[in-house]
Design a protein around this ligand. Structure first.
Ligand code: KIV
Length: 293
C-alpha cells in the first residue's frame, strides 16, 4: 500500500489497536452509519468507528437489531469508508450472517471488507469459534462481543445486564479467553458488572472495549445517536449525553417553517436574480426584489 500523503495522519491498523492493551491510553470507539457521522467522529479523533447493527434501531426505525441484513450493513459501511477515516472501521456481521456455514460466514465478512471495513464484529462466545476461525482463515480481523448480545434479545428475554451470578460471570470470562485464543483482536463487553469486565480485561491479552461495563476496560464505546442526544426514546444508565441534537434539529426546522410561513424565507440574498435586461424582457422589472450585490 502507498504511504499516506505527507501531513495526513496514518490510518490505524489492527496491530495499533492491540498495542494499546494495558498502555494506559484507553481506546475510543463510536458508531457511525453514514458519511456525516463518520466525518464527525473521525474529526474528533476516535480510534475505531463501528458500523454497528444498532443502525437498525437508531437509523432505520426497527425495534431490535434482528432486521438488518449484510446488504444493509455493507451499504452503511460504504458510506463511512468513502470518507477515508483515520479510525479503523469495524463492521457488524448481522444476525444470521455467521450462523449457517463457514462458506456463507466468510462470504458475508468479505462483502463487508469489500464495502470498506477493515475488520468485522460478531456476537457470542465459544459457540462462535468455528465462525471466528473461518473468517480469520480468510485474513479478516475479527472483534468479539460478549455480555449482552443484542442479536440474542429473544433468548435473553430483553436487554438485561449479563454475568450477574458467579456461574454466569465465569462463562463470560471463559468465552473471552477462548475468543482471544482463537485470534480475536479485541472484545466488546456490553452490560456486565464492572467486576466481570475487570476479570475479563485481566484475563485476555487483547483490548476489551466496554459499553455499560464500567471503567476497568481497555476502551469504551457508545452509540453516536446516544452521545449526541438524537435518540431520546430510551436512555440506558451507561449513556452519557454530550449534546441534545434531536431537540436542536426540531427547533431549527421549526424556525425554518415559521420563516417560510411568514414570508421571511427566502430573502433577496438567498435568491438568484436575473439581469435587469432579462427581467425587463420577461415583463417582470419592478415586480421582483433585486439583489443589491
Ligand atoms: O451495534 C452496535 O452499536 C454495537 C455496540 C453496542 C457495541 O454493537
Amino acid at each position: 500500500m502507498a504511504d499516506a500523503p505527507q501531513g495526513s495522519p496514518r490510518a490505524l491498523g489492527v496491530p495499533d489497536v492491540i498495542a494499546r492493551k494495558g498502555s494506559g491510553a484507553p481506546l475510543v470507539m463510536v458508531t457511525a452509519y453514514d458519511a456525516p457521522s463518520a466525518r464527525a467522529v473521525d474529526a474528533a479523533g476516535v480510534d475505531l468507528i463501528l458500523v454497528g447493527d444498532s443502525v437498525a434501531m437508531v437509523v432505520l426505525g426497527y425495534d431490535d437489531t434482528l432486521h438488518v441484513t449484510v446488504d444493509d450493513i455493507a451499504h452503511h459501511t460504504g458510506a463511512v469508508a468513502r470518507t477515508t477515516p483515520r479510525a479503523l472501521v469495524v463492521a457488524d456481521l448481522p444476525w444470521m450472517s455467521y450462523h449457517r456455514s463457514r462458506e456463507e460466514t466468510v462470504g458475508n465478512a468479505a462483502q463487508l471488507v469489500r464495502a470498506g471495513a477493515t475488520a468485522v464484529k460478531l456476537e457470542g462466545g465459544r459457540k462462535r469459534l468455528d465462525a471466528v476461525g473461518a473468517i480469520l482463515d480468510a485474513e479478516i480481523p475479527v472483534m468479539g462481543h460478549l455480555g449482552l448480545t443484542p442479536q440474542s434479545v429473544n433468548q435473553l428475554g430483553g436487554y438485561r445486564v449479563q454475568g450477574k451470578t458467579l456461574d454466569a460471570a465465569r462463562v463470560i470470562v471463559d468465552d473471552a479467553v477462548a475468543l482471544a485464543e482463537a485470534g480475536c483482536f479485541a472484545l466488546v463487553l456490553e452490560c456486565v458488572p464492572d467486576a466481570v469486565a475487570r476479570m475479563v480485561t485481566d484475563s485476555v491479552p487483547v483490548p476489551t472495549i466496554g459499553i455499560g461495563a464500567g471503567r476497568h476496560c481497555d476502551g469504551q464505546v457508545l452509540v453516536y445517536h446516544d452521545i449526541l442526544g438524537f435518540e431520546d426514546r430510551v436512555r440506558p444508565r451507561f449513556v452519557r449525553r454530550y449534546a441534545d441534537l434531536q431537540s436542536d434539529a426540531t427547533r431549527g426546522i421549526e424556525r425554518f417553517a415559521a420563516d417560510v410561513r411568514a414570508g421571511r424565507f427566502p430573502a433577496s440574498g438567498e435568491t438568484y436574480h436575473a439581469a435587469d435586461t432579462v427581467s425587463e424582457a420577461l415583463g417582470l422589472y419592478g415586480s421582483v426584489e433585486h439583489a443589491t450585490a
